[in-house]
Design a protein around this ligand. Structure first.
Ligand code: APR
Ligand code: PHB
Length: 393
């Protein structure tokens, strides 16, 4: 089999890239290790910057987010038992974020790909990118017991943090990493969100909490928990009680509880691999970088990588110019590092760190107070929250 761009991974990065390339007349094939249902079963964040929404429209898959997304003009910080709205829309000259689940977004992309008749090989085993530094780039894989070769011009490594693409260049990359001493316990429940107009971020002496949503009838909530906690330790009742204790009395009172339909614990990590291009192999999305979920930058960074990569490949095939390909890594990383900084900062500001008492705790309280009482400080938060510009040139 031959294609112009072999894409490894059918998560949001790979699917979005495939759709944008297809729109520009560039042929592509996706090789995915799992089944489609498995990919859809992973519950991840769901806050989209406008650049992500715009990109979905550019890819011809904006109808889902237009119909099912909820626009947020503000966020709320809760600390010391008091709520502090941050008017993100007002502070950024009219920018907003949109709540729309990664599962829904992935399903929209899968359906568009199927409708366009593009090839996705699910359950492809032993996917191996080869000769991306030479003249015959290709990807081999096994399917139904047979080995296949996909010849191509370029390989896009969109295969997430545990993928084969970054592993295949491990001797040529520098990795930067930070682990946090806690995790997030997240639940999904078919109950109306307590705050349908603003995402609520809470800092209390019991730890961080977050009230988010997937729709007007489906809520997503999180609480900070010790890394060694097990999901089985957390009954639904324990979760709801703990969430309430971390919010202000009015919000705690207003929360509608119900049986959870998903419950999981995720560690928090910051990670960046540099560079993001190796000859004809490119890394995009979680394959190259991870952010802690505070601030919801993961999916949005994947989108900006894909925007840079699709425009670079389109320019290459249209004009035979490698200029944008040559600057791909540098352009991505400038935006990646700013989002890494923001996610790290927001994580540090809102969580309780086991080894921080006294001075560190007082500094956190002072920074929170500064943030909600200074227009300059809340503007900084707001402009990062809605997403920094793409800087296409
Ligand atoms: N061969 C083929 N496919 C693979 C391989 C492999 N060796 N390894 C991983 N994959 C697939 C995974 O099964 C997954 O479907 O690559 C896909 C990667 O998808 P994601 O992990 O969702 O990564 P990405 O598409 O970059 O999406 C980034 O997802 O993790 C969140 O916060 C993150 O929202 C962000 C978004
Ligand atoms: C979510 O809805 O899952 C979510 C929202 C905001 C975040 C992280 C996750 O910062």
């Amino acid at each position: 089999m031959r294609t112009q761009v072999a894409i490894i991974g059918a998560g949001p990065s790979g699917l979005l890239l495939g759709q944008l390339l297809h729109k520009a007349g560039i042929d592509n094939v996706i090789l995915e290790r799992q089944t489609g249902d498995y990919v859809l079963g992973r519950i991840r964040a769901g806050i989209l910057e406008q650049i992500t929404v715009d990109l979905l429209h550019e890819a011809g898959v904006g109808a889902g987010v237009d119909a099912g997304g909820t626009v947020h003009h503000s966020i709320e910080l809760v600390f010391a038992g008091t709520r502090h709205p941050i008017d993100v829309h007002g502070l950024t000259g009219g920018k907003v974020v949109t709540a729309y689940g990664q599962t829904e977004l992935t399903r929209d992309l899968m359906q568009a790909r199927a409708a366009a008749g593009l090839t996705t090989v699910y359950e492809a085993a032993n996917v191996t990118p080869l000769d991306f530094d030479g003249h015959q780039p290709r990807v081999t894989y096994e399917k139904d017991g047979q080995t296949h070769t996909l010849d191509c011009d370029f390989i896009a490594g969109c295969d997430g943090y545990h993928g084969v693409s970054r592993a295949s260049v491990k001797d040529s990359i520098t990795e930067y990493e930070r682990h946090y001493p806690f995790g997030w316990l997240g639940v999904l429940a078919d109950v109306p969100p307590v705050s349908p107009h603003a995402i609520v971020y809470g800092n209390s002496e019991r730890g961080f909490s977050l009230c988010s949503m997937r729709s007007l009838t489906r809520s997503r909530y999180y609480v900070q928990c010790p890394l060694d906690d097990k999901v089985e330790d957390w009954s639904d009742q324990r979760f709801w009680d703990e969430l309430r204790r971390r919010l202000d009395p009015a919000l705690a009172e207003a929360i509608v509880t119900g049986p959870t339909i998903e419950k999981s614990i995720a560690p928090l990590r910051s990670f960046v691999a540099e560079p993001m291009r190796f000859g004809r192999l490119f890394l995009a999305g979680d394959a190259a970088h991870i952010v802690p979920p505070t601030g919801a930058k993961g999916l949005n960074l994947a989108s900006s990588d894909v925007k840079y990569l699709s425009s670079a490949l389109i320019e290459y095939f249209r004009d035979k110019s490698p200029a944008a390909i040559d600057t791909y890594s540098e352009r991505c990383l400038r935006r990646v590092w700013k989002a890494e900084r923001f996610s790290w900062w927001l994580t540090s500001l809102l969580h309780r760190f086991p080894d921080t008492q006294g001075f560190g705790q007082k500094i956190q309280e002072a920074e929170l107070d500064y943030l909600v009482s200074s227009v300059a400080a809340s503007t900084t938060l707001a402009e990062n929250y809605v997403g920094l510009p793409l800087e296409l040139r």
